[in-house]
Design a protein around this ligand. Structure first.
Ligand code: ADP
Ligand code: MG
Length: 466
């Protein structure tokens, strides 16, 4: 390879590194800006891009819940149906049956994607699950269902709410503004499914509930999967926009679904690749923070950087000559993760990923090292920004400061955090860097795998009518 080509590529990478930099001062700014936006979102409806949605969840499960409950979890790539049998404090979740169903892409966006079809699909999957389960010990008791729906919803009660807008890979126009529960209930009655919808929640709220079920010190929950979001426990007096009718009945707490993915601030480090990605996305101008952090986007950002390099030099083959570098979303975040973790001396995982996904062959070891470096830059920015977000929430509720002796647990769910080890380690070390070693020792980040599904069942149980 000519050294001019290498030089050209290096310039792209160093430009990227500079634009993605997240020094401590900048992260502190991000945390402070987020805390400020949270405050503004609590003050008045629409006061911030960070929506700070009142979830109506004013009591969290404590472990004493009993009975069988169903849950649906819709929000990312897969859709999950679940039944749990809760058996009180000793046994906790005595039984758990879950099924994962991939959502056909044509129901997620495009001409065929209508509210009726999407919820019809959900209802039929639920009907099949219930039928396969047969009649359980519940006998004649009406089945209760919690629904985790991980998009911004304007809640009107614990079990109703209208869709504000789609995010991630969903865009089903006629569902916006619609009551999500009513839409699903209509679809369910077409399948002769008679279940009581006891709770409509977001996956972050579900993760918070599931976390609290096992650990009393859980104060917040974060999703780091296809998208990103956070929920936390706020004291009701701190929510200026709370209407009298929304005041909690028997507690002084309210779970807030922050919708932090919508956070935007000049202090966020963005690049030309982020701006182009945003412009071509399903929701331009929205979800800025999410687009810097979450699993739907990291692979796509890396692809765009590689495309740029290939337009400057020949190190990555010829775009005109058959590489897939122009194909959006061909490179996924799991691909980025496996390249980033490639421990082989010749970076054979990188070589294979470039070949399989992008049809790029015959790269030099030096070029493959550069690809790993790009993955590292993009994932590190994401992990550090996610950590800054957590610090922002802790600051907002006065937790994790130097004098705070309390243990504060943050429950985290999502494939990005669960499966991307370097991401996770970087996020945890950034928390320590930002909070200081001593305070960080009392802040526990805990994996709450599939908290979102279990959480819906738990909130349904905690708000059960029977
Ligand atoms: P969802 O967010 O759709 O509910 P998950 O929590 O399972 O589902 O997260 C799935 C997302 O996690 C994927 O879209 C992907 O971006 C990310 N992910 C899954 N596996 C990995 C991996 N090995 N490395 C990095 N990211 C991963
Ligand atoms: Mg999920």
């Amino acid at each position: 390879m000519s050294s001019a080509a290498v030089e050209a590529a290096r310039r792209v990478v160093s430009g990227l590194r500079e634009a993605c930099a997240t020094p401590a001062t900048r992260l502190a700014d991000v945390a402070a800006a987020l805390a400020g936006e949270m405050e503004a979102g609590l003050a008045v409806e629409g006061g911030s891009r960070v929506k700070m949605i009142v979830s109506y969840v004013d009591s969290l499960p404590d472990g004493g819940e009993e009975g069988s409950f169903y849950a649906l979890d819709l929000g990312g790539t897969n859709f999950r149906v679940l039944r749990v049998r809760l058996a009180g404090k000793e046994a906790r979740v005595a039984e758990r049956v879950a099924r994962e169903v991939p959502i056909p892409p044509r129901l997620m966006s495009g001409g065929d994607a209508t509210s009726e079809r999407l919820f019809g699909f959900v209802a039929s999957a639920l009907a099949e699950f219930v039928a396969d389960e047969g009649h359980d010990a519940d006998g004649e008791r009406q089945r209760e269902l919690g629904f985790t729906f991980s998009f911004p919803v304007r809640q009107t009660s614990i079990a109703s709410g209208t869709l504000i807008r789609w995010t991630k890979a969903f865009s089903v126009d006629d569902a916006v503004g619609e009551d999500v529960v009513a839409a699903l209930q209509t679809a369910m009655s077409k399948h002769n499914l008679h279940m009581r919808m006891s709770a409509l929640i977001n996956d972050t709220v579900g993760t918070l509930a599931a976390g609290s079920y096992y650990d009393d010190d859980v104060v917040a929950a974060v999703i780091l999967g296809t998208g990103t979001n956070a929920a936390y426990v706020e004291s009701a007096d701190a929510i200026a926009k709370l209407e009298p009718s929304q005041l909690p009945k028997s507690s002084n707490i309210m779970v807030i679904n922050t919708e932090w993915g919508g956070f935007d601030s000049p202090c966020l480090p963005t690049t030309e690749y982020d701006r182009a990605l945003d412009k071509e996305s399903l929701n331009p101008g929205e979800q800025t923070y999410e687009k810097l952090i979450s699993g739907l986007y990291l692979g796509e950002i890396v692809r765009r950087v590689l495309l740029k390099i290939s337009s400057r030099c020949s190190l990555l083959g010829d775009v005109g000559g058959g590489t897939e570098l122009r194909t959006r979303f061909v490179l996924t975040t799991p691909d980025v993760s496996s390249m980033h973790h490639d421990e082989t001396p010749d970076l054979t995982v990188v070589a294979k990923t470039l070949a399989d996904r992008l049809n790029i062959r015959g790269t030099s070891l030096e070029t493959r090292r550069m690809v790993v470096e790009i993955c590292d830059i993009v994932a590190t920015r994401s992990a550090r920004l996610a950590a800054a977000g957590i610090v922002g929430i802790l600051r907002k509720i006065g937790r994790g400061g130097p004098g705070d002796e309390r243990r504060s647990v943050v429950a985290v769910d999502g494939g990005l955090f669960e499966h991307y080890a370097k991401f996770r380690r970087r996020m945890e070390s950034t928390l320590e860097e930002m909070l200081g070693e001593e305070a960080a020792a009392r802040v526990v980040v805990k994996l709450a795998s599939d908290g979102s599904g279990l959480g819906a069942a738990l909130v349904a149980a905690a708000h059960s009518q029977s």
